[in-house]
Design a protein around this ligand. Sequence first.
Ligand SMILES: *[C@@H]1O[C@H](CO)[C@@H](O)[C@H](O)[C@H]1NC(C)=O
Ligand SMILES: *[C@@H]1O[C@H](CO)[C@@H](O)[C@H](O)[C@H]1NC(C)=O
Ligand SMILES: *[C@@H]1O[C@H](CO)[C@@H](O)[C@H](O)[C@H]1NC(C)=O
Ligand SMILES: *[C@@H]1O[C@H](CO)[C@@H](O)[C@H](O)[C@H]1NC(C)=O
Ligand SMILES: *[C@@H]1O[C@H](CO)[C@@H](O)[C@H](O)[C@H]1NC(C)=O
Ligand SMILES: *[C@@H]1O[C@H](CO)[C@@H](O)[C@H](O)[C@H]1NC(C)=O
Length: 350
Amino acid sequence: MALFIVLLITIFSGIACRNVTISNVIPRRDTNGSILDAHDGNVFLYAGLYYYYGASYGLCKEPPGPSGCTVWHVGGCGFQLNHNVSLYTSPDLSVWTFRGYVFQMSSMKTPGIMFGPRVLPNRKTNKWVMWFNFLPASGTGVSQSQCAVAIADTSQGPFQLVTDKVTTLAWENTGDLNLFQDTNGDAYIIYNAHIDASVYKPDHLMSVEKLSDDYLSSLGKEFNSGFFGQTFVEGGAMFKRNGVYYAVFGQCCCYCSEGSSVTVYSSLSPLGPFDTMNNLGNDGHAQLYNILPYKISGTDSYGYIWQGNKWQSSPDGAKGHDFTYWAPLSFDPNDSIRYMNYTANFTINI
Ligand SMILES: *[C@@H]1O[C@H](CO)[C@@H](O)[C@H](O)[C@H]1NC(C)=O
Ligand SMILES: *[C@@H]1O[C@H](CO)[C@@H](O)[C@H](O)[C@H]1NC(C)=O
Ligand SMILES: *[C@@H]1O[C@H](CO)[C@@H](O)[C@H](O)[C@H]1NC(C)=O
Ligand SMILES: *[C@@H]1O[C@H](CO)[C@@H](O)[C@H](O)[C@H]1NC(C)=O
Ligand SMILES: *[C@@H]1O[C@H](CO)[C@@H](O)[C@H](O)[C@H]1NC(C)=O
Ligand SMILES: *[C@@H]1O[C@H](CO)[C@@H](O)[C@H](O)[C@H]1NC(C)=O
């Protein structure tokens, strides 16, 4: 009996409070032993569980060299028509269970390329809403990129397409997108766009825009921050801490192995105006896809993890096995974020 009680205490204290070491050099695996194939997606805490939605690129061989961005529609690896959106869940950011493909591009009437899926639960409508980048197969490349939205009754989908082209956004020719949910349930999209689709560089500008209450569309120019920050940027993410809204993004890095250094912008309002803060560097050689607030065990406080894709880093050549690089953010008393040193691993109390 005593042993039983000790065992129970051990189990419960284990659940209530655990130090988890997160590695950036050992591939992240699910409970089945498979390497997580979830890229350029989002990770968030909802009702005590961490949800990780991401694009699955599968087992095609990535091209050798410093860039995987060499091919568009045919026969390549990365910008293909068969991508799926995967969901993994975890109680502690360490043990991940694969919940299946929650959306498959093969279910689309119009074939195309999907990347950058982001999901949010909507408390008002009780639906799960997914936004993703969609490049119709008939298009010629990046200038045809548009935002698509899908919806599901549960976290595990299957998500059903609502529209393959959101027409309410202030800017067309959209690039990477990310979603941010405020504490009051309002949600925002941070996305980059080309004003002039005929030039690629340096025209690639970031802005933030409020979503409609149901998250299925956006509220357009009147609820757009206007472009801010550097040009030729992508990979944006937003979060809120101590009443400060942060927008973080870096230079374009199309499946590039170099990764991208990110600059921090902050504001007291989600739609800005944003002040330019510091640059966090690129010591991890990764491209930002998410900033994850996690609950620090035994407190009401949150820690923040920077998460990026390490393109062209696959241990066995399969693009789906590219590493992701995670690093804890640390803050100065004046709320600025400290430079991000490289970390092979770090331990959090979760
Ligand atoms: C977690 O680590 C902290 C400091 O590193 C330590 O004080 C604490 O006892 C550890 N907690 C558990 C449950 O191991
Ligand atoms: C997406 O899912 C389908 C059906 O399970 C599968 O055949 C296909 O290989 C998957 N695509 C990738 C890129 O893994
Ligand atoms: C684990 O792998 C087995 C065998 O491949 C498969 O049947 C099962 O669906 C997988 N389960 C999960 C949660 O991935
Ligand atoms: C915040 O404090 C740090 C360290 O004291 C300093 O380097 C940084 O310039 C400050 N940032 C702002 C925006 O004042
Ligand atoms: C990064 O490394 C420098 C030099 O070792 C150190 O002074 C600084 O505190 C480190 N920053 C963080 C956030 O750990
Ligand atoms: C964490 O990284 C350090 C430095 O590279 C290494 O010595 C240590 O073994 C690693 N720990 C784990 C748990 O991976």
